[in-house]
Design a protein around this ligand. Sequence first.
Ligand code: NAD
Length: 684
Amino acid sequence: MNNFQQQILQGIPETLPQVKEFDPKINHAPKRKDILDTDEKKLAIRNALRYFDKKFHVVLAKEFAEELHEYGRIYMYRFRPDYEMYARPISKYPGISEQAKSIMHMIQNNLSYAVAQHPHELITYGGNGAVFQNWGQYLLTMKYLAEMTNEQTLVMYSGHPMGLFPSHQNAPRVVVTNGMMIPNYSKQDDWEKYNALGVTQYGQMTAGSFMYIGPQGIVHGTTITVLNAGRKISKNGEGLAGKLFVTSGLGGMSGAQPKAGNIAGCITVCAEINPKVVQTRHSQKWVDEVYTDLDQLVLRVKRAKEKKEIVSIAYQGNIVDVWEIFDTENVFVDLGSDQTSLHNPWAGGYYPAGYSLEESNEMMAINPDLFKEKVQGSLRQQADTINNHTAKGTYFFDYGNAFLLEASRAGADIYLDSPTFQNRKNPPLTRGAVGIREFAYASYVEDIMGPMCFDYGFGPFRWVCTSADSKDLAKTDAIAMEVLEKLKKESPEEIQQQMSDNIQWIKGAQENNLVVGSQARILYADAEGRIKIAEAFNQAIKKGKISAPVVIGRDHHDVSGTDSPYRETSNIYDGSQFTSDMAIHNVIGDSFRGATWVSIHNGGGVGWGEVINGGFGMVLDGTVEASNRLKSMLFWDVNNGIGRRNWARNKGAVFTAKRAMDMESKLKITLPNLVDDTLLENLI
Ligand SMILES: NC(=O)c1ccc[n+]([C@@H]2O[C@H](COP(=O)([O-])OP(=O)(O)OC[C@H]3O[C@@H](n4cnc5c(N)ncnc54)[C@H](O)[C@@H]3O)[C@@H](O)[C@H]2O)c1
C-alpha cells in the first residue's frame, strides 16, 4: 500500500500534522462576514473540535479561534493533505466498493487545483460552492468511502459524514443533502451564520454533489445558449460572424463564456475584475487576449468587428466600465449578459464599480453595510447602461446568476412596466408570468433553454472515465456520436436542431480541448439519447473496450432536477415555479431506481433560499445490474420534469410527454386540458 492509500485509510491522523502556511499564490475565498456573537463563536469552535481526539483540543481550539477570526470560517487548514489533489485512476484508490472508489475520484476532481476556485477552502466554484466545510470532513469521508461495502450507504449532511448505515446492493452508496433548512431560515445571513457554526453549507449544484467537471460543463450549455441567442437575433438567417457578445466573469462557470463564444463564432468581450482569475483562464487558452485599458479595448473590438474576427477578449476590470464605454463610444453590442456571482452578492460574488478588488475585499469584511450599498449602487448603474444599449437594439438576457433579481432588489430600473421600456417604440412583450412583477428582460431559460431544450427533455448529460485515460474518453466520444447520429435519423422535426447541435459539438469536442481535470464529457441529450448512450458505454465496458467504470450524471441545471423560479423553471407560468415538488421527487425517484449517489441542495446557481436542486451519479461497470439501473433511472430522471412541464401547459413538453408514452406503455402522464381564455374574460 502506498503513502496516498495509507493516508486515505487513516482518515483523521493520529498525530497532529504540521501547521500549513497560508499560500498567497493560491486563489483564496474572501474573508467571510463576522456574524457570530461570542457564545456562537465558542459553539463554532466546540463544533469543530468534535472531529478530533481530546488530547489535541488545547492546540486546536486556539488555532480554530484564529481561523474563525481571520477568515470568518474554520477550514481546519492544518489537516489539508500533503498529497496532490486530483482525480486519480480508479485503481489507485484503496477500498472494497468500486462504486465508492468512483466517488472518491469525483470528490478529488472537485477539489483539484486545476478545477477548484478556492481549493484550500474546499470551494469548487461560484465563490461559495463547497464540497465540504472543512478538511476534517474531507478526511473522514474519504476514509468511510475506502472502508465501505456495497451493503452500506454513507449519509452526508452538508459535507459532514454522519456515518455508514446498513443498506443493500441496489441502494445509493452515498446520499447527500446540502443546505437543507427549515424554510424560514433560508435567508442569506442564515447561510453566513449556520455555515460559520459548521452545521450547514452551500453546495452550489455540482460542487457539493461531486459532479463538477470543470468549465467544460458550462461551455457546452453556453455554446448552445449563444448559438440559439444568435438564431433569435438573426434577421435573414445570418450567423454570428462579426457580432459582439458582452458579458462578465471568468470564474468557475463564467470562464466558459469566451470559449463558447469562439465555438459559436462571434466576438466575445468578458470583463473579469480578479487578475488571478484572468491569468488562469488566459493560460488555459480559454480566452484569447487580455486588455487592461478601456480605450485599447474599444479599438480592438472595432477592428474585430470590421474584420468579422472570431476572437475572445478579457477585459481585466469592472464590467460596468465596459458597458459604459461601449455606450459612449457607440460600440454596438449584439448580445449581452452577465455572469458575476450574484447568487452571492455580499460576500465577493459581485464587485462594485469604482473600487479595486482589494478595496472591495476589505470593505466587505470591515464594513459590510457600506459594501452592500456600493453593490446595489453599482447594479443600478449597470442596469441603466444596459438599458441604453437595449434601446439601441442589444438583446440582453439574464444568465441564471440572479442578475435581474438582485438588480431589482437594488431598485434598478428593470421592470417591464417601467416608463423606460413602455415609452420605447417597440416595448418588450409580456411573457405571461402571473402574480409577479415581470422583468423587462428574459432569463435565458425563458427565451432559450426552456422552450428549446428542457421542454423536449434535452439537458446536460455528462460522463467521466474513471480510468483517467484520455483514450477511454475518445472511445466514449465516438460511441456517443454514433448513437446520436443513428437517433437523429429517426427523430421528429421538433428535435432535429438539438440533435444536429450536439452531434456537431461531440465531433469538435476533442479538437476544442475541453478537458480540465477528470476525463469528462458533456452533451445535451433527451431521455432516449441518454439511455442509449449509457447502455452503449456499459456494453463497451463489459467487452473491455473501455478499460474502467464510467460515471454518468448531469448538472442539476436540467429538465427535472431543479426548481428555480428565476432560472430552470422560469418558463413555467402556472404559478408552480415557486414550488419545489419536482426536485424533491426527482432525487427520491432516482435513489430507488438505482443511482449510485443522489444529492439534494438548497440554493444552487441563483442563491441560498432561492432554489432547490438535485442530482445523481451512477457508476456503469459493464454489469447487467448497471444496465437495468440506467434504463429505469434515466427514464424517470428526465420524464419526471417532462410530466411537470407538460402539466404547466408547455407545448414542447406536452409533445414530449405523448412521445414518451408512445415509447413506454407503462408510462401514464396526466395531460392538461387547455382552456379557451375568452371563457375567463368576464368571470371575475
Ligand atoms: N447560466 C448557467 O447555466 C449557470 C450555471 C451555473 C452557474 N451560474 C451562475 O453564474 C454565476 C457565476 O458562476 P461562476 O461559477 O463563474 O462564479 P465565480 O464566482 O467563479 O465567477 C464569477 C466571477 O465574476 C467576477 N466578478 C464579480 N463582479 C465583477 C464585476 N463587477 N466585474 C467584473 N468581474 C466581476 C469575479 O471576480 C469572479 O471571478 C453564479 O451566480 C452561478 O450561480 C450560471
